[in-house]
Design a binder for this molecule. Structure first.
Ligand SMILES: *Cc1c(COP(=O)(O)O)cnc(C)c1O
Length: 428
């Protein structure tokens, strides 16, 4: 019974476009009514009809410690009495910056913003200002937020809704955005050669998470790094999803590759609207007020957002075993899913790294956008609904990674695997 969600969705659509404030939430590609959430605790979401779900979205990543994690809740409550914003600097912001620098060795300086989108668009402007060049190379199916330059062949909702070109983005902006296939180093090298001396930045999700979870193949990141060094291109790693999730130092640490600039979001805010971009001192010094690349925000470094993010990151830094626990949980899930999928007998692929995982109903390896798109995504949509009916809340699109949170118990994982076994019997 989801009567209350149905009613809320009808009401929402009268005042909010599509009834949602971010497109993928609308369940448009999987069909049906999005669940309206009343509250969450640990690994569980509760909808407006008081149904309980095991959550594999974790607010699309931020809730790595589980929902309503007590130290975070307490910190927000205590700080709120001091006021929720000043528009003037606070010591909290220094503590946050110092903490991030201590977790990510090659970040010399960091600037806080309020979303991953802002972080990526600011990093790109900075790379352009630093190099004096205009073009950017991005990868098909990668998502860097909704800034104009990044909505060319983007992942996440753009891929989910199969939007080919986004109206409102000028031809000039599109012309400056060059697109390569993920894991295709040759194509990147060719684009750089064809646009010699014009490419300001190469931006990528080091582990792609907005077309399902897709891992970099051996040598790919190293090759891009070497190319950037040779051509004076700023290598931007978009760690909005992977930052503080795959390791304390994110994908950079997990995969042993260093970017020039890194962008953060999601986990960094512990569930509050936070993003950040940082990296090499000589580049970061070009940002205003030190330099003339302008970037600003009325609510940037907001104290409530900082305290939530700081408490989350500090917990992760002080308890690195959390990463091993998450790895173990995700691995357990993968083994369990693998068993029931194999018994089911139809083709499938499971991609996983750390606490990110995705299932593709595909008979070929999923290594880039083309192979992710050619999976049987209608089958995924059926699987999604069969799982939801059994109280398992997966991302409502085959083009999204699932995120584990550390409040998940073995019992939850067993329940998920059991639900998957039953769900597979229902799909054709
Ligand atoms: C979510 C995401 C963004 C955008 O972040 P928002 O906070 O939604 O603006 C950018 N890059 C990646 C890799 C993301 O996953």
């Amino acid at each position: 019974m989801i009567n209350n969600s149905i009613q809320l969705f009808e009401r929402a659509q009268r005042s909010i476009p599509g009834g949602v404030n971010s497109p993928v939430r609308a369940f448009k590609s999987v069909g049906g009514t999005p669940l309206f959430i009343k509250k969450a605790q640990g690994a569980y979401l509760y909808d407006a009809d008081d149904n309980r779900y095991i959550d594999y979205i974790a607010s699309w990543g931020p809730m790595i410690l589980g929902h309503a994690y007590e130290p975070v809740v307490k910190a927000i409550q205590e700080y709120a009495e001091y006021s929720t914003s000043y528009g003037a600097p606070t010591e909290l912001e220094i503590e946050m910056a110092e903490l991030i620098l201590s977790m990510v060795p090659n970040v010399d300086m960091i600037r806080m913003v309020s979303s991953g989108t802002e972080a990526c668009m600011s990093a790109l402007r900075l790379a352009r200002g630093y190099t004096g060049r205009n073009k950017v190379i991005k990868f098909e199916g990668h998502y860097h937020g909704h800034a104009d330059s990044f909505l060319v062949k983007a992942g996440s909702g753009v891929a989910t809704f199969n939007i080919q070109t986004v109206p409102g983005i000028t031809a000039g902006v599109s012309a400056d955005t060059l697109v390569a296939a993920y894991n295709n180093l040759e194509q990147v090298q060719q684009l750089v050669a064809e646009n010699k001396g014009e490419v300001a930045a190469i931006i990528m999700e080091p582990v792609a998470g907005n077309m399902g979870c897709i891992l970099p193949e051996a040598g790919f990141l190293e090759g891009v790094r070497a190319l950037c060094d040779a051509e004076g291109i700023v290598f931007i790693m978009d760690e909005v999803m992977t930052g503080f999730r795959l390791a304390p130092g994110g994908a950079q640490e997990k995969l042993g590759i260093k970017a020039d600039l890194v962008t953060y979001g999601k986990v960094i805010g512990g569930g509050m609207p936070v993003g950040a971009f940082g990296g090499r001192r000589d580049i970061m010094e070009k940002i205003a007020p030190l330099g003339s690349v302008y970037q600003a925000g009325t609510l940037s470094g907001n104290p409530i957002a900082m305290i939530a993010g700081y408490t989350t990151l500090k917990t992760l830094k002080d308890n690195p075993s959390i990463y091993a626990e998450l790895d173990e949980k995700c691995n357990y899930l993968k083994i369990g899913l693998n068993e029931v999928l194999q018994a089911w007998g139809q083709p499938y692929i499971i991609n996983q790294l750390g606490s990110m995982i995705s299932v593709h109903f595909s008979d070929h390896a999923v290594t880039d956008f083309a192979t992710a798109s050619s999976a049987n995504n209608a089958r995924f949509n059926q699987f999604f609904h069969a799982m939801l009916k059994r109280g398992i809340y997966l991302p409502p699109s085959a083009f999204e990674a699932w995120f584990l949170n550390n409040a998940l118990t073995q019992q939850d994982l067993d329940e998920t695997i059991r639900a998957a076994k039953e769900s597979l019997q229902e799909i054709d």
